[in-house]
Design a protein around this ligand. Structure first.
Ligand SMILES: [Fe+2]
Length: 124
């Protein structure tokens, strides 16, 4: 569970946030949205009441939208730097997923044998 230091918890400071403080506040807000999603989904999963499950799931999905809004705002306020890091993380997972989904690499002996594909690229 996130436990960020929040110097403004429950109070409005007597000054405006600096830009860096705003970025940290947004990260805290994003964590709050994720924590809310977790709580609503856990409660939805823990009940057999269909209406309660539907309402809690709907609220959880609204929190997902809020998380997306805050992440987008953070991206804009960091001039895309945050988006770059998020994109890097996405690509790293995609790379690992592709490796796991790929068939085992061929051995060197098999790899050197001509295939229909290799014949096409060499024109042979
Ligand atoms: Fe929210």
């Amino acid at each position: 569970m996130p436990d960020f230091f929040n110097p403004f918890s429950g109070t409005v400071p007597d000054r405006k946030l600096t830009h860096d403080e705003l970025l940290r506040a947004l990260r805290l807000d994003i964590a709050g949205e994720l924590e809310a999603i977790h709580g609503y989904m856990a409660h939805a999963d823990a009940t057999d009441n269909a209406l309660a499950k539907a309402v809690l799931t709907d609220i959880a999905n609204e929190e997902r939208v809020h998380a997306g809004e805050l992440i987008r705002l953070l991206g804009i306020l960091t001039n895309g730097e945050e988006d770059g890091f998020l994109r890097q993380g996405t690509l790293e997972v995609d790379t690992l997923a592709a490796k796991l989904a790929a068939p085992a690499p061929a051995t060197a002996a098999v790899k050197d044998e001509p295939t229909i594909g290799s014949l096409r690229t060499t024109g042979a």
